[in-house]
Ligand binder design. Structure first.
Ligand code: ATP
Ligand code: MG
Length: 314
């Protein structure tokens, strides 16, 4: 077991180096916000992800690219450089990328492209190169490019300029990917909700050339996700929290809901319980009825929440 204190120091030092990169590039290009977040030891595992069986199986396979890249050479090929996860909001893309880092003992670098400000947008490739340089020196890495559709720069520039600037940005980015040493134990994982806004050059052979769909959950998957959340909640609480859930009643009203929606609903139901007990109600297990109330309440505000979160990209 690694010393947690040492690992904290390491994470802090690494975070500082990445922040230096941002500061230096900010001086060079001006007006740079955003950051890369690192998790030296992410705790999310593939077991925490419900549904998306195919995506999970495919990603598990890619752990070898980090843990045993020489294996590819033994079969006469170079290890993959990256994958693209695509699917609707809240289906588990970020969670899966973290689980891959956990499974392969890699550092997780989380770069949110939408956080980069306007002047900097077009210089993202340079930022990426600097981050890649640091990551390569640190050992195994999952470099997560979240919200990859932001590379289209549609959110920053008017359409004609966006198209041109984005073409330049993607070209530079592709150069960096092409130049990555085959021996580098860095796997780039990009994620997007919008395949239509992605440049095909990015997913050309030798780049992010594995497209992995992270599909929305069907009813069985939703059940699996709810059960995972029930088990995790009860583990955290150290006691039984839920009465048996009547899935025949709950699932039919959850059509179209993602894992992220389900997480919010469970949280809301639990919060309502805490508030009721806080106000003097006798403690009781969380019932199917309580879940239904939370689902109902959430349906009322979900549209607004989604609009605020994703509105500009839909
Ligand atoms: N398949 C799933 N299994 C279990 N939990 C899930 C799943 N999908 C989403 N969740 C829950 O929803 C939260 C958000 O999921 P996550 O951030 O991985 O989705 P995402 O696809 O990256 O969303 P976005 O497109 O908004 O970035 C997770 O922390 C988790 O609690
Ligand atoms: Mg995400």
């Amino acid at each position: 077991m690694a010393d947690p204190e040492k690992s904290n120091d390491h994470e802090w030092a690494l975070q500082r180096r990445l922040e230096d990169v941002f500061a230096k590039l900010g001086e060079k290009f001006g007006d740079l916000t955003g950051r890369v977040e690192t998790h030296l030891r992410p705790t999310v595992t593939f077991e925490d992800v419900g549904g998306v069986r195919q995506a999970k199986a495919q990603l598990r396979g890619f752990a070898v690219a980090l843990t045993d890249p020489d294996l590819y050479a033994r079969w006469g090929i170079t290890p993959p450089k990256g994958v693209l996860l695509y699917g609707p909001p809240g289906t588990g893309k970020t969670t899966l990328a973290q689980a891959l880092a956990t499974a392969s003992g890699a550092i997780f670098y989380h770069l949110r492209l939408t956080n980069l400000t306007s002047k900097f947008g077009t210089n993202t490739a340079e930022l990426l190169q600097e981050v890649l340089k640091i990551a390569t020196g640190e050992g195994k890495a999952v470099l997560f490019l979240d919200e990859a559709e932001a590379l289209s720069l549609e959110h920053l520039l008017p359409p004609p300029q966006a198209l041109e600037a984005s073409a330049r940005l993607v070209a530079t980015l592709c150069e960096k990917l092409d130049a990555m040493e085959p021996a580098a134990r860095v796997l780039v994982v990009a994620a997007t909700t919008r395949t239509d806004a992605l440049d095909p050059a990015l997913v050309a052979p030798g780049r992010l050339d594995h497209l992995i769909e992270v599909a929305p959950p069907d009813a069985d998957d939703q059940r699996e996700i709810l059960e995972l959340m029930r088990v995790r909640t009860e583990k955290n609480a150290g006691r039984q929290v839920f009465a048996p859930i009547d899935y025949d009643i709950v699932l039919p009203v959850m059509g179209g809901m993602s894992g992220a929606d389900i997480a919010v609903i469970v949280r809301r139901a639990l919060e309502a319980k805490v508030h009721a007990v806080g106000a003097g109600a006798p403690p009781s297990l969380l019932t199917t009825e309580n879940l239904l109330e939370a689902i109902d309440g959430y349906k009322g505000v979900r549209g607004v929440v989604e609009k605020i979160r994703y509105g500009q990209y839909l």
